[in-house]
Design a protein around this ligand. Sequence first.
Ligand SMILES: Nc1nc2c(c(=O)[nH]1)N[C@H]1C(S)=C(S)[C@@H](COP(=O)(O)O)O[C@H]1N2
Ligand SMILES: [Mo]
Length: 537
Amino acid sequence: MLARFVNAVAPGRDYPRGWKAAGLGLLAGAVAAVVMTTVMLLLRTLFGLPTPMSLIGDRISALLPVEPFLALMGRVGGYNQMKQLGVSSVLAGQLVVGAIGGWIYAVAVGRDLVSPVRRGIFTFVLFVLLPVIAFAAALWPIVGTNFRGLPIGLATAATLIGFMLAFVAYERTVVSGLAFLTHERPRSGPATTAAEFSPTVSRRAVVLGGIGAVMGVGGAGLLRKLYKEATFSYDGMQLRGREIEPITPNEKFYVVTKNVIDPRVNPAIWRLEITGLVKNKRTWSLDELKALASVEQETTLMCISNGIEAGLMSNAVWKGVPMRVLLDAAGADPNAQEVLLHAVDNYTDTFAFEKAMNLTTLVAYEMNGEPLPQRHGAPARIIVPGLFGEKNVKWLTRIEVVGYDAKGFYEKQGWGPDFVIPTRARIDAPEDKMELKLAEMSGGMPLKGIAFAGDRGVSRVEVSFDDEQSWQEAKLDYPGTELSWSLWSYNWKPEGAGEYRLAVRATDRQGNVQALDQKRAKHSGATGLHKIALKVT
Ligand SMILES: Nc1nc2c(c(=O)[nH]1)N[C@H]1C(S)=C(S)[C@@H](COP(=O)(O)O)O[C@H]1N2
Ligand SMILES: [Mo]
């Protein structure tokens, strides 16, 4: 490829060579990389176009198996730290690669590898065309991401145009930057004055560096603005303890997101599409969706990663349209195997077509009587009772009906293969390892907590005080529905001072008693009993 551009004209211009060329090229490249990054951040801020900083992380997380994923997460101190590491590595990487690109270009120019006439083509191919193709190829499954909610087709075009613009900004800056440093007027016919590495050059280097710094400040400003919207402050937010209410207020509802910054969907451009094995592809705007007959349904959500004692679970009343209504309207193939759900943040997940046709599977747009909050998937999300939280796709934009076993974002990592929520109960009060005073509990010590059995409903909760030898029935203060949790309590009267070990277990409405399932795959959600130790004095 390079050879095509090799200049036949004898080198007559006195470009800096060796280290000088390297230094000037690196500087021009670094400034160009800063300009490119700023353009990317601007497109992210204005139009919700995804940056490599988020896309490369998404691509790697989907390819990373669950064990190394969790090991890395542990090493760096959590999901949020891992996301920050991802973003800053890509940012540093693109600045370094950009600087090296300038170096390569300076060397090519210095050695007269490229004629000034062809240089425009050379740099366009090297710095614009090839990178766009490489990015498109590497990131293809997730190029259709858009944080303002553009449908996937348009989002794909927008992302590619955005990359193109950012790379053109890089290319133009490298070319004019180096021409400026070496005092060459770009593409101006015959060679111009010679450029010694003179005081003029170092003064020019300062000027170009200054321009880079100004652009950098602009970019940093955009980065700071975006950082304020980042999910670090709420991703992984849990809910547990004495204050648990039957219906969780929206602000207290647990949150899990793969994103560094969650989508802020503009409902005017957002559409819900049905594609795949359907007779007629259909598209609904938010207003059209809201005009369909709706249902309200209480449903508890819980993350697959939620430990037996943990609080990545909450309960709300959702309003929306049964997915079946949409599938019927599109004439979905009754022999389809699964629905593959796509979100504007390129998150995907799947479940059986049969489950999709169940009338309790919703496309929801309200949560506890309010429009769906942004962090819970506005304007519309999936509610699929009985399956773990990850299947409840937020910021939904496409329902694809498929005839094969598709895999979603976390399933590709190796979560599952079972996504049916097992029965569980939790003691919320008192807390593990608390010391209680006999004198202060003449009327008894109130125990309370939640119990949840996916879409099977809770029929009974029992507490044990003797290492699971015997069980005492607790009271269901809030029985909940088949699809929601129950709230239980028990008035405990310890016989005397001492150390106590408590355990709790629930039974679902089909009569199955909660127990440890040793055969269940490791990343299919926790089973077993919640146990706490208390000291009574
Ligand atoms: N689009 C999208 N949907 C998503 C996720 C995501 O990162 N992106 N996270 C999933 C996971 S792992 C869980 S547990 C639930 C959490 O829903 P909540 O934040 O409303 O509680 O959303 C699921 N839906
Ligand atoms: Mo989750």
